[in-house]
Design a protein around this ligand. Structure first.
Ligand code: ADP
Ligand code: MG
Length: 263
């Protein structure tokens, strides 16, 4: 279970998170939507202990981590796998070496065990024949899957995905969605940030819309699809005009409605 309580974070003089409340149940896959720059990645960074809240609480698996003590961070890093927005693979290491990194950093696992575990997670993400390649030698979808393998190597109970399908073709996206659903079946708790509504509807137990530092709307797939909240409908339809863009867009005229700017 992940608990974010009255979370506030000021960055660049602006309250990016402003009293955000969100609870994610064990085994749940929650999709977090929101316009670019609304603080989705910042929210994920709080859950994995990469950012400290200015006020409010972060609890992960029953343990408060808002204090950022060494012991709290060690706990959270061992339980939470984090898939960075850009994949963040090191170009000078092979896929296998990238995937092995988190276990090597902890320094306690014997090499033979690391190698076995690397092959196991590469198989899980269907990259078992590509471990010896460098990131530049594989496709964007494969790089995302390599990032996922690295997030899974420490057998986390929670996996955070930051835009796992962005920039991918529909088929590569479907492969990622399938992997997310497979993790869901194995009981892993997931938070997934995306702009890809097809992916959101395919994997989500619940969907949350982040706006102005708070969760503006929250519901299961059906509730979100049929939401009476104009902001939700604006996001789903990619309409330029609406609550999400109030006062934020200059020079937009009516004929430009239904563009994709809001994603
Ligand atoms: N480390 C940082 N220092 C200053 N500003 C930041 C930092 N990280 C994020 N921000 C700002 O916070 C806002 C939200 O960022 P982010 O969470 O990355 O947005 P998104 O919803 O697109 O993931 C952006 O305006 C970004 O510029
Ligand atoms: Mg982001």
């Amino acid at each position: 279970m992940i608990l974010l309580e009255n979370l506030t974070k000021i960055l660049g003089g602006k309250a990016i998170l402003n009293g955000l409340d969100l609870q994610i149940a064990t085994g749940e896959t929650l999709v977090l939507l929101g316009r670019s720059g609304t603080g989705k990645s910042v929210t994920l960074r709080h859950i994995v202990g990469l950012m400290t809240p200015d006020s409010g609480r972060v609890e992960v698996l029953g343990k408060e981590i808002s204090g950022h003590s060494e012991e709290e961070l060690k706990f959270v890093r061992s339980k939470v796998g984090y898939l960075f927005q850009d994949g963040a693979l090191l170009n000078w290491l092979t896929v296998e070496e990238n995937v092995a990194l988190p276990l090597k950093e902890f320094g306690k696992t014997p090499t033979s065990e690391i190698n076995d575990r690397v092959q196991e997670v590469l198989k899980e993400v269907e990259l078992d024949f590509h471990g010896d390649k460098f990131p530049s030698e594989i496709s964007g979808g494969m790089r995302k899957r390599a990032g996922l393998a690295r997030a899974l190597i420490s057998r986390p109970e929670i996996v955070l995905h930051d835009e796992p399908t962005s920039g991918l073709d529909p088929i590569s996206s479907s492969i990622i969605n399938g992997l997310v659903n497979r993790l869901k079946s194995s009981g892993i708790t997931q938070v997934l940030v995306t702009h890809d509504m097809h992916s959101a509807f395919e994997v989500a137990d619940r969907i949350a819309l982040l706006h102005e530092g708070k969760i503006r709307s929250l519901g299961n797939v059906e509730e979100i699809r049929n939401s009476a909240d104009e902001a939700v409908q604006q996001f789903l339809d990619g309409k330029i005009k609406g609550p999400l863009t109030q006062g934020a867009i200059d020079g937009v005229c009516d004929s430009e409605e239904n563009g994709n700017e809001a994603t």
